[in-house]
Design a binder for this molecule. Sequence first.
Ligand code: TZP
Ligand code: MG
Length: 210
Amino acid sequence: MFPLLYAIIDPALIETSPQDFAARLASGGVELVQLRDKRAPARRLLEESLALVDQFASAGLRIIVNDRPDIAAISGAAGVHVGQDDLPVEAARAICGTGRWVGVSTHNLSQLRAAAATSADYIAVGPIFPTATKQNPDPVVGIDFVREARKLTRKPLVAIGGITIESARDVFLAGADSVAVIRDLAVAPDPAQRAHEYLEVARESRSGRD
Ligand code: TZP
Ligand code: MG
């Protein structure tokens, strides 16, 4: 089963190091983490990714690198996440191989259909709600988009954008396999506890759904 919570670490939003934050998330039950550092030059991103992979890969935490298939592969990460302006899925696949995940972001139905026809291991859809985390976000797609997306693909669907612990249940009920969360984890007084709450909500809502 695809991990129910996809925690994204943006070093600009946290006060501790990415490793420290990842450790807290892992203690809350998180199995999938993305390193999303838009400010880091390639070398620093590589160092950050290597540090996370070295510390957590043996503990069963999958580290996904945002934007950069080369850095994902070189650092031994579990995968890469690409957007519509990054390398296309099959180009990322050529670098990362089949042993790593390649995930892709989509923001409308035509992008979703195109992504469904690729080798992507999962498809992200959003922004579901308004978000201040992403610069120049695409238009909000709403929860109904998750329902539409669910009809179009059997690939794991990850909902992203403005998701909070209060809204997560409805997102799962609409058909998401996982929720990707940045800010609501970063600002939580206890990120481990918040992660645990997401996993509880996910299990409850999905058991009512299936
Ligand atoms: N892609 C679509 S919305 C978004 C990304 C990377 C940001 C999500 O961050 P948050 O803080 O969970 O709204
Ligand atoms: Mg990107």
